[in-house]
Design a protein around this ligand. Structure first.
Ligand code: CTP
Ligand code: MG
Length: 382
């Protein structure tokens, strides 16, 4: 049987040193808040998750974190926030991991190693790194008091893991410390250090975001994929058919024939995304064997394609689509088209361009509209 683990995340700090107008845990790092990153990485190792939010932000936290997370109102210090969160742990919890929202990238592998050490009998397990700088102890006037031997110093991180009873007792002392390990130390408990990880760095100042970002850039070329998609439809004989293109309705233009609304730009983008993720094509995902997509709008198909690509484990880096045809004139509505497509793709980076083809070929002859799209996607969390 796996041990029952609770994950407590103190996220109630304002982030004074960071200096943003919103609480630090809500600051974004590559499209996600710090608290979301922390949960994405460490949530999977826990059976219960409790987050201490800043007073007044509880509903905002509930909205972004969902029902699986218990949100409580934090206290005036980190120690108090952890103590408050501790009151909500379920009766069957054996081990508790306490993890700073300010360390968004600590890995689930680190969490697992801490749980393993607890399961092997240690009551307090904390990750640590050797320090590279020489550390000085100073007095209030900035005169050096001592130089501890660097060999014996460690910089500690979170998640820190504890046997439930040990952490509850440690917090009953009602003393303040900047980490929970220090509270166990204060009652002469044994605190075991294990190897920490660079990616568990703490976001304290704005420049720390740039350091964290380096861990989110794909490490391997195989995590970066491109795809291409092409589509074309002939103008309809039916003069009343509406023209839908790039997610927009084009008034006073003749529509094109097709199984759906005939939005060639949206279709080419879907195909480019499917090709990049290697998950089939427009036909296999939305074709005649899937009647629920008959007549579906380009916007709906884009939204579905975005979901399928996300489910396959990828994030969209950007998509570019070029519309090929003599009409309609795209330029005046380019910004609207970009906004519409981007929204359907979860806020992705989108570009839209257009060209004519010197009277050559299907679209150049004015018989229809074509589109060519490319997509660049990267494996999520890599
Ligand atoms: N924290 C908390 N409750 C507080 C203060 C801090 O839950 N009253 C949390 C922070 O949200 C953070 C963690 O404790 O996840 C580590 O604290 P720190 O990095 O110091 O964050 P802040 O206190 O927000 O930053 P600062 O000290 O610069 O104000
Ligand atoms: Mg602080």
């Amino acid at each position: 049987m796996l041990p029952k683990v609770a994950l407590l995340i103190p996220a109630a700090g304002s982030g004074e040193r960071f200096g943003a107008p919103i609480p630090k845990a809500l600051v974004q790092l590559k499209g996600r808040t710090l608290i979301e990153h922390a949960l994405l990485n460490l949530g999977p190792v826990a059976t219960q998750i409790i987050v201490a939010a800043p007073a007044g932000y509880e509903d905002k936290f509930r909205e972004i974190l969902g029902d699986a997370v218990t949100v409580v109102t934090g206290g005036s210090t980190r120690t108090k926030s952890v103590k408050i969160a501790l009151e909500s742990i379920a009766p069957d919890i054996e081990f508790v991991l306490v993890h700073d929202a300010a360390r968004p990238l600590a890995s689930s592998e680190l969490g697992q190693r801490i749980i393993e050490a607890l399961a092997a009998g240690d009551v307090a397990v904390i990750p640590a790194l050797a320090v590279n700088d020489t550390i000085k102890e100073v007095d209030a006037a900035n005169y050096v008091v001592s130089t501890p031997n660097r060999e014996r110093l460690r910089a500690v991180q979170t998640p820190q893991g504890f046997a439930r009873e040990t952490l509850v007792k440690a917090h009953m002392q009602n003393i303040e410390a900047t980490d929970d390990g220090a509270l166990v130390e204060a009652m002469r408990g044994k605190v075991k250090l294990i190897e920490g990880e660079n990616r568990a760095l703490k976001i304290t100042n704005p420049e720390d975001l740039a350091t964290a970002l380096k861990y989110l850039i794909p490490a391997r070329a195989s995590d970066i994929r491109t795809g291409v998609g092409v589509d074309a439809h002939a103008f309809s004989e039916d003069k009343n058919r509406q023209l839908w293109l790039a997610g927009l309705l084009w008034e006073n233009e003749i529509g094109v024939d097709g199984h759906s609304d005939g939005d060639v730009a949206a279709h080419a983008i879907c195909d480019a995304l499917f090709a990049a993720a290697n998950i089939g094509d427009l036909g296999s995902n939305f074709g005649t064997s899937k009647p629920e997509y008959a007549g579906a709008s380009g916007e709906k198909l884009l939204g579905e394609a975005f979901n399928l690509v996300s489910k396959a484990g990828f994030e969209i880096q950007n998509v570019a689509v070029q519309i090929v045809g003599n009409r309609p004139k795209i330029g005046p509505r380019r910004i609207d088209a970009i906004a519409k497509i981007s929204k359907a793709l979860g806020g992705s980076q989108v570009s839209v361009s257009a060209t004519t083809t010197d009277g050559l070929g299907l679209t150049g002859e004015g018989k229809g509209i074509g589109a060519i799209a490319t997509a660049l996607i990267v494996r999520s969390g890599s």
